[in-house]
Unconditional design. Sequence first.
Length: 341
Amino acid sequence: MIAEPERLTLPYTSDVARATEHLYERVSRTVTPVEWELFAPYVARIEVLKDERNAVVLAHHYQSAAIYRCVADIIGDSLALAQAAAATQADVIVMCGVHFMAETAKLLSPQKIVLLPDLAAGCSLAESITAEDVRALRAAHPGVPVVTYVNTSAAVKAESDICCTSANAVAVVESLGVPRVIFIPDEYLGAYVASKTAVEIVTWRGHCEVHERFTGAQIAELREMHGDIVVLAHPECPPDVLAASDFVGSTTAMLGYIKERRPARVAMITECSMAGNVAEAFPEIEFTQPCMLCPHMQRITLPKILRALETMSPQIEIDSAIAERARRSVERMTAIGRDAR
Ligand code: 13P
Ligand code: SF4
């Protein structure tokens, strides 16, 4: 279910108009002038509080346009955001993303305050598996290492040997030099990795509730309507979608493809806020795809970001023993290289 839309009540004054006029052109393809008058007072107030708190705002590619293009200091995938935030001198990190992303940011910046504007912003993949499930998997497959997608809780990362992203999953699996690995929690990403390596993959039954809704039939329909369309798909999609696509990659890899190849017409088979955000930067490219929104990402709104900065809550805290073990799993991955393929 999409989060309740919040009432945007701050007034659009002449001061707000002056402070934000340079920002509107960044979102003018997706935000109407009437909507902008509702958003701009929040954007202006957040800018002031960011300075006062020495805060850095991170936004995942799936955030709405005004957050992604007008409020964020750093944009990217979840790991890139956490790494970039750790490299800043900020005292406070505001994660415009979901809970596991805020936890990863906290793991890499234990001394900084990490705010998640809505603690209920979860993830069907992260919620598909618990630390206890991982211990049971290990017991069922003694001696087989556990490779864990970053879309998991810190408690699950703590039970793992190593983390991976959708960009480096194959390289991480192969780096272990073993014939068999347990790959959690995304069954489709696991199947995709299995198709690219000789290592045997034991998968879990987790799915992304957004990507699992795309179908091969939708891709066939797109191709029938637009013969020249280039189809880019995220590896969290089902196997028939990946088989029907021209390119499979993480959000960052899809963005890289568009930047380098500049196709005239493209379909981004991923959460649909991303296509809107990318389209703002590439007005010459036509984006056409079925629209699936992540209800968890949509929970993050401008009023909630403002409230988080005003109240300095909700903060992310991770038990120190769990954090230490989870951080080790993330660091083992980064030693291999986050974008290794
Ligand atoms: P990446 O941005 O790492 O490709 O992950 C996509 C996703 O679904 C994040 O929630
Ligand atoms: Fe989780 Fe999917 Fe939403 Fe990403 S898009 S946060 S994987 S439910």
